[in-house]
Design a protein around this ligand. Structure first.
Ligand code: AMP
Length: 590
């Protein structure tokens, strides 16, 4: 469609009028970033002035940044835990926000082994929706013709619970997919998905994935983009196809949906979609039966122009595998968001994963940045190119000066809004999917397993390190153990070591166990016992590369290939967790 020339945007010529409006909005927000931030904070402080939390700090009606920053402390989740617990227990007084807390969003970050509960209010859905509405107008600047086909996205809802006070507690995407905003979205030719809502909203992950993949296969020639939220999710879909292609071929040949799909709304919706197509069934068999799955995405969905998945941060480990399956298609990381708040978007979504930068949108929340190693937080517009910062947010829902735990590096500016490279999440050692395991959680897990080892055969774990092995799908945690065996006659048996694997899994946080049990997105934990002296060799290696002998500490996680190779070359035995750890959607009370 030809677009009126006066609609043109500094970002590029928009694809349609609706896009022009969205791009103008981005321009307006980023040009006036400082004023937008100042006004937004004032608005939050005005409307929440009578909350218990703000009253505690005697702002005296002030809504300016200086007073706010001088009177309120920068906090973490633990600081807010008592208030959050009261809200969860049913206290409806304005504790954090003058607007009622509508639900809790369960973050993949944990506290005391359970998911963090992030309070949110109804109108935040509109703010999230607004950020989503900016993504395609930006993408259309780089990839033309996306209105001529569909997106094959693997999207899932997860289980939800109610807090003792009756508020829903669920992941932010589950909340979004179940909302009217998503379910009753108006038709938009740039945002047509192959997955029916019935499949996305099905709580059974097998039936949901099966139906979404089947619909993607049936509509394979319309597919112009393939995605999931995170890279691990897309790889799980490919693995699912590997395991189930003959069932799909059978359904497509016969026009009958597999009997394991029992969800009535899915069956009803598929009865209008699934028709016998023996030719397509034969094509799928031919493509899938070979052992060679290189470029499988472009072979089955030949019109795919790009993958839409986050491959920044911990997800970067999946880039080579995705390149293999897609024949090197571009990977677009479109947005940066969390349960606390949606932050911003990538204005150059076709950039290489290593060069991705997110522009924080100043209308989403009030943002501050603590320089790494410093204490004094600076404003959004005052960050310096090349420097690293920890992100702090103040949200409409009532989080005030809250540390998100993400470390970001400034790469540049769009107008006056800074752009950030996601560097890492603070304190995360291991991550395969949405699980995040920190050093103390891993330490505790090893201690518990070591205790078991000691009880069963008198041995101890002398040294350990870990590795996120993503060479298979799903990936899994590997623990390298050097043992202290006191009595050679009681050398730990294979059975004991497998029990140690399970003991460690039982000790890990609820997000890890959910990934193992409900999502099947993390495989069984593995212990690789290494020869005595291996950890000394590891130290020698580090010292030969310049580490100081005095300050040397065993790394509790390794990912540098020569070190992993060294460890692997010293492995004497390997053991996997023999069963699933316990997990239920219910939260443990603190
Ligand atoms: P959650 O609280 O479970 O919603 O997870 C949010 C966290 O996921 C963020 O704070 C980041 O650490 C991470 N995350 C979200 N979006 C991105 C992204 N585009 N790139 C890297 N990490 C991300």
């Amino acid at each position: 469609m030809a677009v009126d020339s006066n609609l043109s945007s500094p970002l590029g010529p928009p694809a349609c009028e609706k896009d022009a409006k969205a791009l103008r909005f981005i321009e307006e927000m980023t040009r006036n970033a400082d004023v937008v931030q100042q006004n937004l904070l004032a608005e939050i402080l005005r409307r929440n002035a009578e909350t218990e939390y703000l009253r505690r700090f005697n702002l005296g009606g002030a809504t300016d940044r200086e007073t706010f920053k001088s009177k309120l402390p920068i906090i973490t989740y633990e600081d807010l835990q008592p208030e959050i617990q009261r809200i969860a227990d049913g206290d409806r007084s304005p504790i954090l926000s003058s607007h009622p807390i509508s639900e809790f969003l369960t973050s993949s970050g944990t506290s005391a082994g359970e998911r963090k509960l992030m309070p949110t209010i109804k109108e935040e859905l509109d703010r999230r929706q607004l950020l989503y509405s900016l993504l395609m107008p930006v993408m259309n600047l780089y990839v033309p013709g996306l209105d001529k086909g569909k997106g094959m996205y693997f999207l899932f809802v997860k289980s939800e619970t109610k807090t003792p006070g009756g508020l829903p507690a669920r992941p932010v995407l589950t909340s979004y997919y179940k909302s009217e905003h998503f379910r009753s979205r108006p038709y938009d030719p740039y945002n047509v998905y192959t997955s029916p809502n019935e499949a996305i909203l099905c709580p059974d992950s097998f039936q949901s994935m099966y139906t979404q993949m089947l619909c993607g296969l049936l509509d394979r020639l319309s597919v112009l983009r393939v995605g999931a939220v995170f890279a691990s999710g897309l790889l799980r879909a490919i693995r699912f196809l590997q395991l189930n292609w003959s069932r799909f071929a059978h359904d497509i040949e016969s026009g009958c949906l597999d009997s394991e799909i029992t969800d009535s709304s899915i069956r009803e919706c598929m009865s209008g979609i699934l028709k016998p197509d023996p030719e397509l069934a034969e094509f799928i068999r031919q493509e899938c039966e070979s052992d060679n799955w290189e470029r499988i995405i472009t072979r089955i969905w030949p019109n795919t122009k790009y993958l839409d998945v986050i491959v920044t941060g911990a997800m970067a480990q999946y880039i080579p595998t995705l390149e293999y399956y897609s024949g090197g298609l571009p990977m677009a990381c479109t947005m940066y968001a969390s349960s606390e708040c949606y932050f911003g978007l990538n204005l150059n979504p076709m950039s290489k994963p290593s060069e991705v930068s997110y522009t924080i949108m100043p209308n989403m929340a009030y943002f501050e940045f603590i320089p790494l190693g410093g204490t004094k937080a600076v404003e959004l517009v005052d960050v310096k190119i090349g420097k690293e910062y920890e992100l702090v947010v103040t949200t409409y829902a009532g989080l005030c000066r809250y540390r998100v735990g993400d470390i970001l590096r400034v790469t540049g500016f769009h107008n006056s809004a800074p752009q950030f490279h996601f560097v890492r999440r603070k304190n995360v050692l291991l991550s395969i999917d949405s699980d995040k395991t920190d050093e103390s959680e891993l330490q505790k897990a090893v201690e518990n397993a070591s205790k078991l080892l000691h009880e069963e055969c008198g041995s101890r774990v002398a040294e350990y390190t870990s590795y996120a092995d993503t060479s298979t799908i799903p990936g899994h945690y590997v623990l390298y153990w050097e043992l202290l065996v006191r009595d050679a006659a009681r050398h730990p048996s294979h059975e004991t070591l497998t029990r140690c694997c399970l003991e460690m899994e039982e000790s890990l946080n609820s997000v890890y166990r959910q990934c193992r049990v409900a999502d099947n997105s993390v495989g069984p934990l593995e212990i690789r016992v290494v020869k005595n002296g291996t950890f000394e060799e590891l130290m020698d290696y580090a010292i030969s590369r310049g580490a100081s002998i005095n300050q040397y500490k065993v790394p509790r996680c390794v990912n540098f290939t020569p070190i992993v190779e060294l460890l692997d070359s010293r492995v004497v035995s390997a053991h996997f967790s023999p069963a699933l750890p316990h997990w239920t959607p219910e939260r443990r009370r603190r």
